[in-house]
Design a protein around this ligand. Structure first.
Ligand code: MLT
Length: 261
């Protein structure tokens, strides 16, 4: 469905019934990256996936989208869907940065947190410079160069052709303005290292064993700093664990949502 909220058009899929679980995709992808989790968890939960503004079918995007802007969009989606109960929020990479921003602004709306392949630290000066250069190139040249610039670091060498093809489709479906706005927003994001110890909801931390962007050692430290966190290492996966090893990711999320004594 398409939600129109003020001047925002947000593409949202709501599948299944029960306790709400909302998934936030990474950069520069869209809600299709969660297709295996929608299939699995919509049997028992109300699963919500959506395209961040400027990606997939959501628009428009201003020149900069901060993590706080995206978090405000999530709160608006929950309001539109009349979801007042606390939700489980699952974010991958940039989705994790947005989950931290959501935690800061809307803590009471959170029941549980799932952090996949993400970072708590802010960008280095060099990384910020690269983000701004990418934003300028996107605005000057369009989206064509982005698959080559991003996909090699996102996927493990063993990723299937199907996964490669879907990732490429998602990257090229992003609008250049939307991807540029996200890159600029990520460069501005706050450091969340000091937030970790304050997170007071049950948290699952997931990391692909071959993740080059947010490697296992870094993510283990995130899990160790959050009081009620559990860490799961996902074999046979790089940065996009939910697509690369959906069986292991679904098992970890399923056990987290419904722990057995
Ligand atoms: C992502 O997957 O969302 C990106 O790798 C995040 C980033 O560029 O920091």
């Amino acid at each position: 469905m398409q939600l129109t909220i003020d001047d925002r058009i947000i593409a949202v899929d709501v599948t299944g019934q029960g306790e709400p679980v909302i998934f936030i995709h990474g950069f520069p992808l869209d809600r299709r990256m969660w297709r295996n989790q929608v299939a699995e968890f919509s049997q028992e939960y109300r699963v919500i996936t959506f395209d961040l503004r400027g990606f997939g079918e959501s628009a428009p995007s201003p020149e900069v989208m901060t993590m706080e802007d995206y978090a405000a969009d999530i709160a608006a989606i929950l309001d539109e869907l009349d979801i007042q109960e606390p939700v489980t929020l699952c974010g991958l990479s940039m989705g994790g940065y947005i989950a931290f921003a959501f935690y800061r602004a809307y803590q009471k709306r959170l029941r549980r947190l799932i952090l996949c392949d993400t970072k708590a630290v802010a960008d280095s000066d060099e990384k910020r410079r690269q983000r701004h250069a990418m934003a300028e190139r996107l605005l000057a040249e369009g989206i064509e160069f982005l698959p080559q610039a991003t996909i090699p670091a996102l996927l493990d060498k063993a990723a299937s052709q199907n996964v490669h093809a879907l990732v490429e489709e998602m990257v090229t479906a992003s609008s250049p303005q939307g991807a540029a706005a996200a890159a600029r927003g990520m460069a501005l994001r706050a450091d969340s290292t000091n937030l970790l110890q304050k997170i007071d909801v049950p948290t699952l931390v997931i990391c692909g064993e071959a993740d080059q962007i947010s490697p296992p050692d870094e993510m283990r430290k995130i899990a160790a700093a959050i009081p009620a966190a559990h860490f799961e290492l996902i074999p046979g996966a790089g940065h996009l664990t939910p697509l690369e090893n959906p069986a292991a990711v679904n098992q970890a999320i399923g056990a987290f949502l419904q722990p057995r004594p």
